[in-house]
Design a protein around this ligand. Structure first.
Ligand SMILES: [Fe+2]
Ligand SMILES: [Fe+2]
Length: 284
């Protein structure tokens, strides 16, 4: 196969997943403290499918409030801007992620399940370790493997060499990506996040989710993403051809001062939310 260059891939804009226009608008509005509830609600309700998904999620077991939330304005008042921004992002990336990834042996839906469970675990762990922005941890978890969508095409082309390497040398897909393509899904994912104009700490969390000790801007966020990813793998979600258990990096557990018991407990807690999440985003 011809030598691939990371920049070539990134410049092939067509192959990079794009978010719907409305999502960029919501991201922008929610990061501006001057935005009013009415302004944000009016933007979201322009998209009916998005509105329905956001309301379904807001009324799910996971967010489980005592009474039903009937409108986006209510969701904004009860759940707050950052949670609603999460829901919008979750609904938007669902469309991008709900694909079969042949290059990774992932049937349709598996990448989404893996990323959603990682997001739920990251948010829950963030709360347990008193990380001040649990919603940011949710986003990092949700997007951590986004690079796989871009690399899938190339992994498919190198399919045979990748499989051969993974089987013969008993290495994770991640290392096969590195050795065969010269870069991995983590770095490609961070370029996608940059293209989406996400904040630098999210870009870093995606770039370093397999090597948390490299994080400099926000090691805690990267550590949460790493642990949540490994925990999701331990649940057996979205393993694809990469079914080995990824160990928790010692740097990450130390950063967060977290024990395996807490991680296991969290895995148990999010199981119900996962079943819920799977039904919420599927397009009717
Ligand atoms: Fe990954
Ligand atoms: Fe992952």
């Amino acid at each position: 196969m011809a030598e691939l260059n990371l920049n070539d891939i990134i410049h092939k804009v067509d192959e990079l997943p794009a978010l719907p226009q409305i999502t960029y608008r919501v991201l922008k509005l929610t990061s501006d403290p001057k935005t009013s509830i009415a302004e944000l609600a009016n933007t979201i309700v322009k998209d009916q499918v998005l509105t329905a998904k956001v309301l379904r999620m807001a009324n799910s077991v996971y967010y489980g409030y005592a009474r039903r939330i009937y409108s986006i304005s209510e969701a904004l008042i009860i759940l707050g801007f950052s949670t609603v921004r999460n829901l919008v992002l979750a609904a938007s990336v669902y469309t991008v992620m709900d694909k079969e990834l042949q290059g990774y042996f992932l049937p349709k839906g598996d990448l989404w399940k893996h990323c959603m469970s990682t997001a739920l675990i990251a948010r829950s762990l963030a709360k347990k370790v008193n990380y001040e922005l649990p919603d940011q941890a949710f986003i990092a978890g949700l997007l951590h493997d986004i690079g796989k969508i871009v690399l899938n095409t190339y992994m498919k082309e190198s399919f045979h060499s990748v499989i051969e390497k993974v089987n013969k040398e008993n290495i994770p897909f991640m290392d096969a990506e590195q050795q065969i393509l010269g870069f991995d899904h983590a770095i490609v994912g961070s370029r996608v996040a940059e293209k989406w104009n996400l904040p630098q700490e999210l870009v870093e969390a995606i770039a370093s989710h397999h090597s948390p000790s490299r994080a400099e801007i926000n090691p805690k966020l990267t550590s949460l993403t790493h642990i949540a990813d490994a925990a999701s793998m331990a649940m057996g979600i979205g393993l694809g051809g990469d079914g080995m258990l990824y160990p928790f990096d010692g740097f990450a557990t130390k950063q967060l001062n977290i024990t395996e018991e807490i991680i296991e407990q969290t895995i148990g807690e999010i199981a119900d939310s996962m079943i819920d999440a799977e039904t919420i985003f599927v397009d009717d």
